[in-house]
Design a protein around this ligand. Structure first.
Ligand SMILES: [Zn+2]
Length: 67
């Protein structure tokens, strides 16, 4: 199975994530709603363009490719 991961990071269990507003996750960024890799003010996450990356809540954030 091949997967991709978006640059926004969501927990999958907060109020906004349960309603489908994963771009405004309430738990992944301690400073404000929403978190992403490599963006100032969107949490303590470094850029995601690397050979290897540590993915928080990967079981919720991945998108499966193909069948
Ligand atoms: Zn969330």
């Amino acid at each position: 199975m091949k997967v991709v991961l978006p640059f926004n990071i969501a927990c999958g269990y907060c109020f906004n994530c349960h309603r489908g507003y994963t771009q405004a996750c309430l738990t992944t960024n301690p400073d404000s709603p929403s978190a992403a890799y490599g963006y100032a003010g969107m949490g303590p996450y470094q850029g995601g363009q690397a050979e290897f990356v540590l993915v928080p809540s990967a079981d919720f954030n991945y998108l499966k490719l193909g069948v």
